[in-house]
Design a protein around this ligand. Structure first.
Ligand code: 4NP
Length: 179
Protein backbone atom coordinates (compact mmCIF):
# COMPACT_ATOMS: atom_id res chain seq x y z
CA UNK A 1 0.00 0.00 0.00
CA UNK A 2 1.17 3.49 -0.76
CA UNK A 3 0.34 7.02 0.25
CA UNK A 4 -1.05 8.70 3.30
CA UNK A 5 -4.32 8.12 5.11
CA UNK A 6 -7.19 10.47 4.32
CA UNK A 7 -10.46 10.99 6.10
CA UNK A 8 -13.54 10.27 4.04
CA UNK A 9 -16.97 11.65 4.83
CA UNK A 10 -17.60 8.89 7.36
CA UNK A 11 -14.52 9.91 9.29
CA UNK A 12 -13.01 6.53 8.51
CA UNK A 13 -9.46 6.19 7.32
CA UNK A 14 -8.91 5.07 3.75
CA UNK A 15 -5.52 4.32 2.30
CA UNK A 16 -4.77 6.21 -0.89
CA UNK A 17 -4.58 3.07 -2.99
CA UNK A 18 -5.64 4.02 -6.48
CA UNK A 19 -7.89 1.74 -8.45
CA UNK A 20 -7.81 1.88 -12.24
CA UNK A 21 -11.16 0.70 -13.56
CA UNK A 22 -12.21 0.28 -17.18
CA UNK A 23 -15.91 -0.27 -17.90
CA UNK A 24 -16.48 -2.21 -21.12
CA UNK A 25 -19.44 -2.93 -23.39
CA UNK A 26 -19.99 -3.46 -27.11
CA UNK A 27 -20.32 0.02 -28.59
CA UNK A 28 -19.12 2.27 -25.72
CA UNK A 29 -22.01 4.67 -26.22
CA UNK A 30 -24.66 3.25 -23.85
CA UNK A 31 -23.86 0.91 -20.96
CA UNK A 32 -20.18 1.45 -20.19
CA UNK A 33 -20.35 5.27 -20.34
CA UNK A 34 -23.30 5.13 -17.95
CA UNK A 35 -21.38 2.75 -15.69
CA UNK A 36 -18.35 5.05 -15.64
CA UNK A 37 -20.53 8.06 -14.80
CA UNK A 38 -22.53 6.28 -12.12
CA UNK A 39 -19.43 4.81 -10.48
CA UNK A 40 -17.80 8.26 -10.43
CA UNK A 41 -20.85 9.71 -8.70
CA UNK A 42 -20.87 6.91 -6.10
CA UNK A 43 -17.20 7.60 -5.34
CA UNK A 44 -17.79 11.38 -5.24
CA UNK A 45 -20.68 10.98 -2.85
CA UNK A 46 -18.38 9.09 -0.50
CA UNK A 47 -15.62 11.68 -0.86
CA UNK A 48 -13.25 9.13 -2.41
CA UNK A 49 -13.25 9.99 -6.11
CA UNK A 50 -9.53 10.76 -5.89
CA UNK A 51 -8.86 7.05 -5.37
CA UNK A 52 -10.12 6.06 -8.80
CA UNK A 53 -8.94 6.37 -12.40
CA UNK A 54 -12.01 5.62 -14.49
CA UNK A 55 -12.59 5.13 -18.20
CA UNK A 56 -14.82 3.16 -20.54
CA UNK A 57 -14.34 1.46 -23.89
CA UNK A 58 -16.13 -0.79 -26.38
CA UNK A 59 -15.34 -3.94 -28.27
CA UNK A 60 -15.77 -2.15 -31.60
CA UNK A 61 -14.78 1.25 -32.90
CA UNK A 62 -17.99 2.02 -34.79
CA UNK A 63 -18.65 5.07 -32.62
CA UNK A 64 -15.07 6.23 -32.11
CA UNK A 65 -14.92 9.81 -30.84
CA UNK A 66 -18.68 10.08 -30.35
CA UNK A 67 -20.40 11.24 -27.18
CA UNK A 68 -22.70 8.71 -25.50
CA UNK A 69 -26.06 7.95 -27.12
CA UNK A 70 -28.48 10.81 -26.36
CA UNK A 71 -30.84 8.36 -24.61
CA UNK A 72 -28.02 7.25 -22.30
CA UNK A 73 -27.14 10.89 -21.62
CA UNK A 74 -30.76 11.73 -20.83
CA UNK A 75 -31.33 8.72 -18.57
CA UNK A 76 -28.10 9.34 -16.65
CA UNK A 77 -28.81 13.06 -16.31
CA UNK A 78 -32.24 12.23 -14.86
CA UNK A 79 -30.24 10.60 -12.03
CA UNK A 80 -27.96 13.60 -11.71
CA UNK A 81 -25.06 12.20 -13.72
CA UNK A 82 -23.70 14.16 -16.69
CA UNK A 83 -21.92 11.84 -19.14
CA UNK A 84 -21.97 14.23 -22.10
CA UNK A 85 -18.20 14.79 -21.97
CA UNK A 86 -17.27 11.17 -22.62
CA UNK A 87 -15.88 10.04 -25.95
CA UNK A 88 -16.19 6.50 -27.35
CA UNK A 89 -13.15 4.35 -28.05
CA UNK A 90 -12.26 0.73 -28.57
CA UNK A 91 -10.62 -1.50 -25.95
CA UNK A 92 -6.89 -1.62 -26.71
CA UNK A 93 -4.26 -4.17 -25.70
CA UNK A 94 -2.61 -1.55 -23.48
CA UNK A 95 -5.79 -1.38 -21.41
CA UNK A 96 -4.92 -4.77 -19.93
CA UNK A 97 -1.72 -3.20 -18.63
CA UNK A 98 -3.09 0.18 -17.61
CA UNK A 99 -6.19 -0.94 -15.71
CA UNK A 100 -6.54 -3.15 -12.65
CA UNK A 101 -10.05 -4.33 -13.51
CA UNK A 102 -11.99 -4.46 -16.77
CA UNK A 103 -15.68 -4.62 -15.94
CA UNK A 104 -17.72 -6.31 -18.64
CA UNK A 105 -21.41 -5.52 -19.01
CA UNK A 106 -22.42 -8.93 -20.39
CA UNK A 107 -21.21 -12.42 -21.19
CA UNK A 108 -20.54 -11.59 -24.81
CA UNK A 109 -18.24 -8.77 -23.73
CA UNK A 110 -16.41 -11.21 -21.44
CA UNK A 111 -15.87 -13.66 -24.30
CA UNK A 112 -14.62 -10.88 -26.60
CA UNK A 113 -12.29 -9.54 -23.91
CA UNK A 114 -10.92 -13.00 -23.16
CA UNK A 115 -10.18 -13.44 -26.86
CA UNK A 116 -7.86 -10.42 -26.92
CA UNK A 117 -6.47 -10.45 -23.36
CA UNK A 118 -2.70 -10.87 -23.19
CA UNK A 119 -1.43 -13.94 -21.40
CA UNK A 120 -1.71 -13.44 -17.67
CA UNK A 121 -4.22 -10.59 -17.83
CA UNK A 122 -7.45 -12.57 -17.98
CA UNK A 123 -7.95 -12.26 -14.25
CA UNK A 124 -8.56 -8.54 -14.72
CA UNK A 125 -11.78 -9.22 -16.64
CA UNK A 126 -14.76 -9.28 -14.32
CA UNK A 127 -18.51 -9.48 -14.88
CA UNK A 128 -19.85 -6.16 -13.60
CA UNK A 129 -23.07 -7.59 -12.16
CA UNK A 130 -21.08 -10.02 -10.01
CA UNK A 131 -20.75 -7.00 -7.74
CA UNK A 132 -24.54 -6.88 -7.35
CA UNK A 133 -25.17 -10.42 -6.09
CA UNK A 134 -28.71 -9.58 -4.97
CA UNK A 135 -29.92 -8.83 -8.51
CA UNK A 136 -31.09 -11.86 -10.50
CA UNK A 137 -29.57 -10.74 -13.81
CA UNK A 138 -26.03 -11.58 -14.84
CA UNK A 139 -25.92 -9.26 -17.85
CA UNK A 140 -26.70 -5.57 -18.23
CA UNK A 141 -28.98 -5.86 -21.29
CA UNK A 142 -27.96 -3.85 -24.32
CA UNK A 143 -30.49 -1.01 -24.52
CA UNK A 144 -29.30 0.33 -27.90
CA UNK A 145 -32.06 -1.16 -30.05
CA UNK A 146 -34.87 -0.65 -27.54
CA UNK A 147 -36.72 2.22 -25.93
CA UNK A 148 -35.98 4.55 -23.07
CA UNK A 149 -37.17 2.05 -20.45
CA UNK A 150 -34.23 -0.16 -21.34
CA UNK A 151 -31.83 2.61 -20.36
CA UNK A 152 -33.54 3.02 -17.00
CA UNK A 153 -33.40 -0.71 -16.33
CA UNK A 154 -29.72 -0.77 -17.30
CA UNK A 155 -29.10 2.12 -14.92
CA UNK A 156 -30.84 0.30 -12.05
CA UNK A 157 -28.48 -2.66 -12.54
CA UNK A 158 -25.46 -0.41 -13.03
CA UNK A 159 -26.19 1.53 -9.83
CA UNK A 160 -26.42 -1.69 -7.82
CA UNK A 161 -23.14 -3.02 -9.23
CA UNK A 162 -21.35 0.31 -8.87
CA UNK A 163 -22.23 0.47 -5.18
CA UNK A 164 -21.15 -3.14 -4.67
CA UNK A 165 -17.87 -2.65 -6.48
CA UNK A 166 -17.12 0.60 -4.64
CA UNK A 167 -17.88 -1.07 -1.33
CA UNK A 168 -15.69 -4.07 -2.08
CA UNK A 169 -12.72 -2.00 -3.21
CA UNK A 170 -12.84 0.52 -0.38
CA UNK A 171 -13.46 -2.03 2.36
CA UNK A 172 -10.45 -3.95 1.17
CA UNK A 173 -8.45 -0.75 1.60
CA UNK A 174 -9.80 -0.13 5.08
CA UNK A 175 -12.37 2.36 3.79
CA UNK A 176 -15.96 3.01 4.88
CA UNK A 177 -17.89 0.15 6.37
CA UNK A 178 -21.23 -0.51 4.69
CA UNK A 179 -23.20 -1.46 7.80
P1 4NP B 1 -23.48 -0.43 -25.79
O1 4NP B 1 -24.68 -0.46 -26.87
O2 4NP B 1 -22.66 -1.66 -26.04
O3 4NP B 1 -24.17 -0.47 -24.48
O4 4NP B 1 -22.72 0.86 -26.05
C1 4NP B 1 -24.44 -0.55 -28.25
C2 4NP B 1 -24.25 0.60 -28.99
C3 4NP B 1 -24.04 0.51 -30.34
C4 4NP B 1 -24.01 -0.74 -30.95
C5 4NP B 1 -24.20 -1.89 -30.21
C6 4NP B 1 -24.41 -1.79 -28.84
N1 4NP B 1 -23.81 -0.83 -32.35
O5 4NP B 1 -23.85 -1.95 -32.87
O6 4NP B 1 -23.58 0.19 -33.01
Amino acid sequence: MTGQDLDNKHGAKAETVRHRLLFACLGNICRSPMAEGIFRRVAEEEGLAHLFDLDSAGMGDWHKGQAPDHRAQKAALARGVDISGQSARKVELEDFEEFDLILAMDGSNIADLEDIAPHGARHKIRRFLDFAPHVPEQDVPDPYYGGEAGFDHALDLIEAAAKGLFSELTQKDGGPSQS
